[in-house]
Design a protein around this ligand. Structure first.
Ligand code: ZN
Ligand code: ZN
Length: 144
């Protein structure tokens, strides 16, 4: 990286190059995701004082979270449930561990150890930020 990085706007943007290529196929701009990758920072915590940068690809639900310099890749999927609000499964690609994040009127909760014990974790924080930015509200995707 050379120049000062500007934070891209955190919103759902269909990939402009895909439209030009017309039709499905591998697009180098979005790596076939269909949407532009977004990135941001979840902010510092006591365990990660330098902040927690993240990258998210809205089409596939790929989330990369960096804590203490180490990236972890997750796949985020919304799932249907019987409660009020919206629920998301956050699956760690490396070992398949899945955390469940529930967003309702009382806030965002996660069933991982961090979310249970300290009332806050990166999964809940990431889902809260992405949900607020409308990144889970994809128009019906004909390719999937
Ligand atoms: Zn594209
Ligand atoms: Zn969690």
């Amino acid at each position: 990286m050379s120049a000062t990085t500007t934070t891209p706007e955190l919103r759902l943007t269909p990939c402009p190059s895909c439209a030009v290529q017309s039709g499905p196929g591998y697009c180098l701009t979005c790596r076939g995701d269909g949407y532009l990758e977004v990135s941001g920072d979840l902010g510092p915590t006591r365990a990660s004082p330098q902040g927690r940068p993240f990258w998210y690809m809205p089409g596939g639900g790929w989330l990369t979270l960096k804590r203490r310099g180490k990236p972890t890749v997750y796949r985020v999927r919304e799932f249907a449930h019987q409660f009020e609000g919206r629920a998301f499964g956050v699956r760690k690609v490396f070992d398949g561990a899945t955390y469940h994040v529930l967003c309702d009127r009382s806030g965002v909760s996660c069933d991982c150890a961090g979310g249970t014990y300290t009332a806050g974790c990166c999964h809940a924080d990431a889902v809260r930020v992405l949900l607020a930015a409308g990144l889970f509200d994809l128009p019906t995707n004909p390719t999937e």
